[in-house]
Design a protein around this ligand. Structure first.
Ligand code: IMP
Length: 180
């Protein structure tokens, strides 16, 4: 059992251990394989948060697929800043007629993706689906196509496994929850 960690000025307690994350990712990848094998899909992993999740997903996907990383949002402190930016991008027209799967670390309010998906739709992909490691159903405020979920979690701030608190804490292999 991992000990609590201090990241900047806050304490976080263990919430989901890496072994359990791996098991859920494995299951999620079986579902992705069943749906997408043979379709040469494009995975869009959202930076920075999804880097660790995406790397673990890709290790399990033993079929032809393309992988792209997109950096689009800024998030400050423990509440969503609401600011969405597309920083590193996609080649114009690269998604036309393709099956697209967005890989996200966490869906909180859903605002980031609700602004990002219309940008993708302009490229006329065949389909867009969303695979998120974490999903906070009680925080969701937007209508999103959340097709693949690793864990549904309560509406509390978490870090680790790619997720940060003010830029720190992404490097932990387990997921931690803000201690009260
Ligand atoms: P949304 O637009 O409110 O769904 O927030 C999406 C982004 O906010 C995610 O990609 C994360 O970067 C960040 N975020 C939301 N909740 C958390 C959290 O509990 N911990 C760390 N980052 C979070």
């Amino acid at each position: 059992m991992s000990a609590p960690v201090k990241v900047k000025d806050k304490y976080f307690k263990i919430f989901i251990e890496n072994q359990k994350i791996e098991a859920h990712i494995h299951e999620l990848c079986e579902k992705l394989k069943a749906r997408y094998e043979g379709t040469e899909p494009v995975f869009l992993a959202i930076l920075n948060g999804a880097f660790m999740f995406a790397a673990d997903v890709f290790k399990h996907l033993e079929f032809d697929c393309e992988i792209t990383f997109v950096k689009l949002a800024s998030y400050e402190g423990v509440e969503s800043s609401g600011e969405v930016r597309q920083l590193l991008g996609l080649e114009e027209g690269g998604l036309k007629g393709r099956e697209v799967i967005i890989l996200e670390d966490i869906v909180d309010t859903g605002k980031t993706l609700s602004e990002f998906i219309p940008l993708l739709q302009k490229q006329e992909p065949k389909s867009i689906s969303l695979a998120t490691l974490l999903y906070k159903p009680d925080a969701l405020q937007y209508d999103l196509p959340i097709d693949f979920v690793g864990f549904e979690i309560p509406n509390k701030f978490v870090i680790g496994y790619g997720l940060d608190y003010d830029g720190f804490g992404r490097n932990y292999k387990d997921i931690y929850q803000l201690a009260e």
